[in-house]
Design a protein around this ligand. Structure first.
Ligand code: ADP
Ligand code: MG
Length: 363
């Protein structure tokens, strides 16, 4: 197992990249600690698979280095990197049995048959495929094929990192959460470094201790699920994580105070970005209080959605939509209400980036 460091990484699929737009990865500096459970989260096309393929050696980056425990592996082929990678679609040998498929990575490395037997039994039990070991892979359902593919990724105990690239795409919804919690359980047991790639926030937040959020070829934030929820470093993270995402409202900053359509909104603390001018206020729906005639900004309720555990109130204040999440009593569509933002959770963003800090200094 190893610490994996990506240093000054850039990658373009074009032979003569000119501007940043020609790069699938713009500039990545990132350290994956040994034994961590990571998720790499971002929308389709942001560069997640490119990054994984560079770590595994399927791609050589245009610029920069990959270090495993400070050893430069940038030019090492995949087989020399000691990595297991599970792809979006099953990679298995159709003509082999399930047993032989699972055994393959071990036999390939010259492990003795006793070890093979022990590991195959353990992994098969974990994935609940013990009754299929003698079946030829060609005869499996797509679900089960992908389970075997994942099993092949998990079978070796001596890898530097196990990487999963959207592995649950082809898996039935009811099996999805089960496999996801199995992976989490497995990580806690074996303590191998795992990188789990997904565009699904729920998958990322349930699996990972640390989530790396990517957008458009760049890492925008690395943090625990709680950190990403509570202090999005960028409005993109605020939008992308949460349901519904963070409210982002245009504002003017004058002498360090923020005004939304002329109304002063109290921020968590001092503004860090220099200068007045246009910026954005970010506050999550969880921290918007709705009342009939309390403090705050006047708004009209447009819609109330009951989603079981809580209600989502969609209101219009001036010309902007603001969502609030309420437990218990909620107003009705058409009601005039007041929206009060919890001050400690109301942040300022400038050019998309967090530009306020909590009262009492940075955390
Ligand atoms: P993700 O896995 O996050 O969906 P990818 O890493 O697959 O994103 O893709 C990042 C960008 O690189 C996209 O714009 C995609 O179109 C482009 N891209 C990916 N693979 C290739 C390739 N083999 N040739 C050219 N462009 C590619
Ligand atoms: Mg991908």
């Amino acid at each position: 197992m190893a610490q994996i460091k990506l240093s000054n990484l850039r990658h373009s699929y074009q032979p003569n990249p000119a501007s940043d737009a020609d790069y699938a990865l713009k500039k990545i500096d990132l350290t994956w600690d040994d034994g961590g459970a990571y998720a790499l989260l971002g929308p389709s096309g942001c560069g997640k698979s490119t990054l994984l393929n560079i770590i595994s050696g399927l791609l050589v980056p245009s610029e920069g280095k990959i270090l495993f425990n400070d050893q430069d592996v940038t030019s090492l082929p995949p087989a020399k990197r000691n990595i297991a990678q599970v792809f979006q679609f099953p990679v298995i040998y159709d003509t082999m049995t399930v047993y032989d498929n699972l055994a393959f990575p071990l036999r390939n490395r010259g492990r003795d048959e006793d070890t093979v037997k022990r590991r195959v039994a353990a992994i098969a039990e974990m994935l609940e495929v013990s009754d299929m070991l003698k079946v030829r892979a060609a005869n499996l359902s797509p679900d089960n094929k992908q389970k075997i593919s994942m099993g092949r990724g998990l079978i070796r105990e001596d890898v530097n990192v196990v990487m999963f690239d959207e592995p649950l795409t082809v898996i039935d919804p009811h099996l999805k959460w089960k496999l996801r919690s199995k992976l989490k359980e497995l990580h806690q047991r074996v303590k191998a470094t795992m990188i789990y790639v997904t565009h699904d926030q729920t998958e990322a937040l349930t699996f990972a201790d640390q989530v790396v959020v990517m957008q458009d070829g760049e890492v925008v934030q690395i943090g625990t699920p709680v950190e990403l929820f509570e202090r999005p470093a960028h409005t993109f993270v605020g939008h992308f994580i949460g349901s519904p995402g963070m409210n982002v409202l245009p504002c003017d900053v004058q002498n360090g105070a923020a005004f939304f359509r002329g109304e002063k909104v109290a921020l968590e603390g001092p503004v860090t970005a220099a200068g007045d001018g246009t910026a954005e206020i970010g506050v999550r729906p969880e921290f918007v209080k709705v009342s009939a005639n309390g403090a705050g900004i006047a708004a009209k309720v447009r819609k109330v959605a009951d989603i079981g555990r809580h209600k989502v109130v969609e209101a219009i204040a001036h010309d902007m939509r603001i969502n609030a999440i309420l437990e218990g009593e909620a107003p009705n569509a058409g009601d005039d209400v007041m929206l009060d933002f919890k001050q400690s959770q109301t942040r300022l963003y400038k050019d998309g980036w967090l530009a306020s800090q909590p009262e009492g200094g940075a955390r």
